[in-house]
Design a protein around this ligand. Structure first.
Ligand SMILES: Nc1ncnc2c1ncn2[C@@H]1O[C@H](COP(=O)(O)OP(=O)(O)OP(=O)(O)O)[C@@H](O)[C@H]1O
Ligand SMILES: [Mg+2]
Length: 298
């Protein structure tokens, strides 16, 4: 491994912490209900991977979330839409521990109380979040970025300079194929298109094998073709991961909610003024008068 890659390894770990976004976090595991939470232990016996119940968040008296309740099933791909300021990003901030709600509860599976965990611990128990701006390591190759994402994961317990195991190499290959960057593996990440950088960042999240992926406006700034490929990617992740996708691009939402498994039953949630205005199939919400009035227009 080159010194550059080793240095970047340290950076990757830092970025991983940062992605977990809590300055001064203790690192490692954190107790929920007095026991150590290990990745993969989330209890989805009751079907849901995420429960938000009666969550309120105020900023200087303004209610960004107002008694929001929402449940996401294990393996589900849920699209969330709604006007600017509806509280979509704030909801992700609550799930990932970036913002503490004033009231309500948030559970990962039926036993892990997210409101008791710090941001970095939440990232480690299997909730991955994609922010809008890609944060790949531009001087490194696509492959090296994925390698670092793998090694930034303490679960892998591999030193940055350690050789990749066959299993790890296979996983990188698998992710490269998923994110459509197999033939770009040796390319410097800085030379990728905006869309490809976004995929690489999603790939870096996938290296940690999160059970729940939160994606906030993932196709903003992508070309139509990149957007289409992103929809294919998300549909291919459905089932193995649970995905919560926030987007304003309604044609992308259409592709996601009319494609893949359970297309006929797939739910879309509409947020407005910090709570759920409507929930149902895309056809249901698109023909809902209140939704038309506040968001979609006539
Ligand atoms: N840290 C903060 N301090 C004060 N107000 C905030 C903060 N974060 C969000 N808000 C306010 O909370 C409301 C909800 O914001 P949020 O970003 O969650 O909306 P959104 O649904 O993601 O909108 P968009 O579609 O534009 O991204 C907005 O009115 C926003 O200005
Ligand atoms: Mg937002």
């Amino acid at each position: 491994m080159t010194p550059e890659l080793m240095k970047a390894g340290t950076q990757a770990r830092l970025a991983h912490e940062q992605r977990a976004q809590q300055a001064g976090g203790s690192g490692g595991r954190e107790a929920a209900y007095g026991r150590v939470v290990q990745p993969g232990q989330v209890d989805v016996a009751h079907g849901a991977i995420l429960y938000l119940d009666d969550i309120s968040v105020s900023f200087d008296g303004f209610k960004a979330l107002n008694r929001l309740s929402l449940a996401i099933d294990a393996g589900e791909l849920r699209c969330i839409i709604g006007p600017n300021g509806a509280g979509k990003t704030t909801m992700m901030d609550v799930i990932t521990g970036k913002t503490r709600p004033d009231s309500g509860s948030a559970f990962f599976g039926s036993t892990i109380d997210l409101l008791r965990l710090r941001e970095n611990a939440i990232a480690r128990i299997g909730i991955g979040r994609k922010f809008q701006k890609p944060t790949v390591f531009e001087p490194l190759t696509v492959f090296e970025n994925l390698e670092l994402a793998l090694k930034a994961d303490r679960r892998a317990r591999a030193a940055v300079w350690a050789r990749l195991s066959g299993e790890q190499l296979d996983r990188i290959g698998e992710v490269l194929a998923l994110i459509h960057l197999k033939d770009q593996a040796r390319r410097t990440a800085g030379l990728l298109s905006h869309g490809q950088k976004q995929w690489l960042e999603i790939g870096m999240l996938l290296m940690q094998d999160p059970q729940l992926l939160l994606l906030d406006e993932p196709v903003a700034g992508m070309t139509d073709e990149e957007t289409e490929r992103t929809a294919e990617l998300f549909l291919s992740l459905e089932g193995r991961h649970s995905l919560v996708v926030v987007e304003h691009d309604m044609s992308f939402i259409g592709t996601l909610s009319r494609g893949g498994a359970n297309a006929a039953r797939k739910k879309v949630t509409v947020l407005h003024e910090g709570s759920v205005l409507a929930e149902g199939t895309l056809d249901d919400v698109q023909s809902n008068d209140k939704v038309i009035e506040v968001y979609l227009g006539r």
